[in-house]
Write a protein that binds this ligand. Structure first.
Ligand SMILES: Nc1ncnc2c1ncn2[C@@H]1O[C@H](COP(=O)(O)OP(=O)(O)OP(=O)(O)O)[C@@H](O)[C@H]1O
Ligand SMILES: [Mg+2]
Length: 209
């Protein structure tokens, strides 16, 4: 039986949103995709693999009060079913993160099947969701590798400004290491206007009689 047939049987589609470049729109894309799919009636799990916890906060969950988190799932001390929380704003489930996750990077190095921990944990909830969306940190770390290895259907490589093009290839190399296929690149930002320029424009507008 091919992998593709197995994927269809399990029904759960897993996507990873990754790029080592920071601030290109990974988290914004993940949170909005999760909310949009939930609104369309799909059962969604958002996995926050970033110690910054921005996808967790963006889903209306306070990362500071969160325990257990994805960190406990990666260390195999807690199953996803006990660590997930419902987003009060988005109508989807969240496997949240906070700064504790930064420690996992070091701790995982010593452990068995360290890059497949998320993939294995997701097997236990394969009947609970139609989509799993994994938000990665801005690095090509062990955390990102866990996200890439969990992928069944594709990697969404978020790509901001034209000069960020080079970062696409870094992710593609990492995806090959994980034995996955990069299926899509999402262009998020066409043009960025500096904060000073925005301030000037706003000031100018206000001063106009
Ligand atoms: N499509 C877009 N167009 C313009 N601005 C965007 C877009 N998507 C996100 N942004 C803005 O860019 C900034 C960074 O977005 P976001 O936090 O989603 O990036 P990120 O890649 O997850 O960052 P990090 O690498 O730090 O996790 C935010 O201020 C966000 O509002
Ligand atoms: Mg982010």
């Amino acid at each position: 039986m091919s992998n593709q047939v197995t994927t269809k049987v399990s029904g759960m589609r897993i996507f990873c949103i990754a790029n080592q470049k920071g601030g290109v729109g990974k988290t914004t894309t993940t949170v909005n995709l999760a909310a949009g799919l939930a609104q369309a009636g799909r059962r969604v799990l958002l996995v926050d693999l970033d110690p910054q916890g921005n996808a967790t906060m963006g889903s209306g969950i306070d990362k500071r009060a969160l325990d257990p988190t994805v960190y406990d799932v990666l260390l195999e001390t807690t199953p996803i079913s006990a660590a997930r929380k419902r987003s009060p704003t988005g109508g989807y489930d969240v496997l949240g993160a906070n700064r504790e996750l930064a420690g996992a990077e070091v701790e995982l190095v010593e452990l068995e099947h360290r890059e497949k921990r998320l993939k294995l944990a997701l097997q236990a909830v394969k009947d609970d969701y139609d989509f799993v969306l994994i938000d990665c940190p801005p690095s090509l770390s062990m955390l990102t590798l866990n996200g890439l290895c969990a992928v069944q259907n594709g990697v969404i490589n978020v790509f901001g400004l034209p000069h960020h093009r080079k970062y696409v290839f870094g992710v593609v190399r990492r995806v090959r290491i994980a034995g996955r296929v990069a299926e899509g690149v999402v262009h998020t930002v066409q043009q960025r206007v500096g904060a000073r320029r925005v301030g000037q424009d706003e000031l100018g507008a206000r001063q106009t009689p």
